[in-house]
Each structure stands twice: as structure tokens, then as C-alpha cells.
Design a protein around this ligand. Sequence first.
Ligand code: CO
Length: 169
Amino acid sequence: MKRRITKHGEAVLKKKSEAVDFAAMKKELPKLLADMWETMHAVNGVGLAAPQIGLSLRLAIIDVKPEGKSERLVLINPEVLSREGEVTEEEGCLSVPGLYARVKRHTKVRVRALDERGEVWERTGTGLLARAFEHETDHLDGKLFLDHLDLVKRLKVAVVLKDLKKDWD
Ligand code: CO
């Protein structure tokens, strides 16, 4: 079932999310993840965090489609282990539809998380995957990509946002 995507300005996006109790959530997790994949794919996203469907949980999904092929990653209680390098690229977010901005991120990001079976995995992402790791874990800490912009840019963006918001559901 497709869920409604929460938008910039909604409280759940600004909150630090709660850790997932895997054992307690095991039963409802498959359905929840299926809903998240469906919601994300319907809008051609490359990542979606639980707060974006209104749930304050440390859970996110990523599929940056390396070489055009789908590779689904489930991040439960993810931790960023290390960050290296610097790169500034244009970025957007399903919770801020229509707005893109250049955001400084790291080129190499190592993450540890649980997968949908509760097993620990670790991976070093580069390029778009590194960016997605940082973008999605930011969501779990109540941060949006807009929070990385400097004051001048943020003021400019505020004007655009006001206009965009008229078209959001
Ligand atoms: Co986002």
C-alpha cells in the first residue's frame, strides 16, 4: 500500500527517530517495508526514511540503482561509522518536492545497519550511495538537506518553498 509522503514543515521530519526494536517489530516489518518500497518507487525516489511516511523510527530504504540495476538496501538502526572526502552536488528530497540545491557531502561513507532479517551488514558507499547514506541517516536525526545550506541560500530557498507548498498535499 502506497503511503502519503510527509512534507517539509511537518513535525515528524524534525524529530530524532526512535530505535527500532527488531524483535518487537519483526511481524509488521515485511508489510511496512513493502509499503515503503512501493511508496518510493511510485515517485522514482532513490531513498526513503520512515519519518517520510510519518513514522518516527530509525528505518530507511535505499536503491540508487548502480549501473541501472536495482539494488535494494534496508537500513534498520543505521550508524555512520566513518566519512571521508568532500563533494558538492545537487540534491533533492521526496519531502521537499520541486526543490533542489547544491549540498556539500562526503565522497565515502561507511554505514552499519541491520537488514530486514535482523542481520548486521556494513558497507562503504561512494558517489550517490554515500550521499544517500548521509541523506537518509539525516532524516532519522530530524534533518533535511536544507539544513546544510548556508543562511543566504536558506533565505532564498524560503521564498521558493512558500510558493511550492501551495501544490503539496
Ligand atoms: Co529526503
